[in-house]
Design a protein around this ligand. Sequence first.
Ligand SMILES: NC(=O)c1ccc[n+]([C@@H]2O[C@H](COP(=O)([O-])OP(=O)(O)OC[C@H]3O[C@@H](n4cnc5c(N)ncnc54)[C@H](OP(=O)(O)O)[C@@H]3O)[C@@H](O)[C@H]2O)c1
Length: 341
Amino acid sequence: MKSNILIIGGNGIVGKTIDRILRKRNPHYNIFIGSRKQGGSKNDLVIDVTKPQTFQAIVEKKIDIVILSVNDIDENVLRFVIENQIDYIDITKPTPDLMKACDFAETQKINSRIVFSSGWMGGIVSGLVNSVSDSIKNIRAVDLFVYYSVNDLAGESSAHFMAENVAKPFVNYKNNQPVSVKHFLDAEAFNFSFGIGKRQAYNFDVPDLYILNRIENIPNVSVKMTYNSKFITWLLGAFQKVRLYNILSIKERKMIFGSRGNGDQSVFEIVIKSDNQHKKISLQSLKGQAELTALSAVLHTEQLSNNHYENKVYFSHQLYKGSALIESLKNYKSINIKITE
Ligand SMILES: NC(=O)c1ccc[n+]([C@@H]2O[C@H](COP(=O)([O-])OP(=O)(O)OC[C@H]3O[C@@H](n4cnc5c(N)ncnc54)[C@H](OP(=O)(O)O)[C@@H]3O)[C@@H](O)[C@H]2O)c1
């Protein structure tokens, strides 16, 4: 069993939550926290992802699994773990960075388990699709609808992606062809569960688009999101239409997307269409997105720690067989899941 676990970005909102859930479920794990600041305990390591010279502690402490919970745009940590044959779980990469990291990993000799877990909520969406489908090969379309509350807790790092990418086009997939779209356009009405009701949802880029089409070959994949405030959702689309994001600085965009809430529910729904069956998975995390993302990272860590997998690159859903993932989620107190056929 691999039990020396390091969380880089472990003092952040998601990192702290990973630490709490990991400790509670696995008291025997030896958990280390990586941060730019000197901490008070021997398990606090000074690690700055922009300074690879700080990574030596990872080898010295014989870390088995690195969980990356802070953006590492130059892929310094990924390079280091590949070179030093250390297992790795990454929940941080937006689609363009994930594609770049996958391309890089493909050129390397991999002697550990490299797990990309950057899909929505730590890769839980593709995991759920996998859990409820007899075979992913028979799926014709996956549509993800996200309800995001601006009152939910989100760290500074989480605001970076939208600030940097909101003005850039991205792709969703129709009949296996990439279709260029922009955030917050192309309204689609969707009736959300858990008492939320009918909302207009808009284009939104998450790595699940890439993972479900390019890795799992599902021909049609789209992602739409709505904010808890209908006015904010409409306003963000209006800003895109008049190209306001193109003239705002990154700092100004961070002010728009850096939500400052104290916590709220997080909900998403996945509509899965196969030739002869339609299924909808509705998931509510009463403790919000940080809790669900952290739980997801914890479940992947437990899988890696407790099972034998060959050394190679994985997307986190590929670590699970059958309904194991959905069962773990159902057993978690603050999560509700409904499946409709
Ligand atoms: N996949 C998903 O569904 C999902 C969902 C939510 C969040 N995320 C991702 O998870 C990551 C963390 O989000 P968060 O909300 O927890 O952000 P956060 O609260 O800003 O936490 C990041 C932490 O990383 C540390 N840090 C900052 N720069 C660093 C550096 N150069 N080297 C090492 N540590 C550094 C900071 O702590 P110190 O000051 O102590 O260094 C900070 O507390 C982000 O990448 C976010 O995009 C993914």
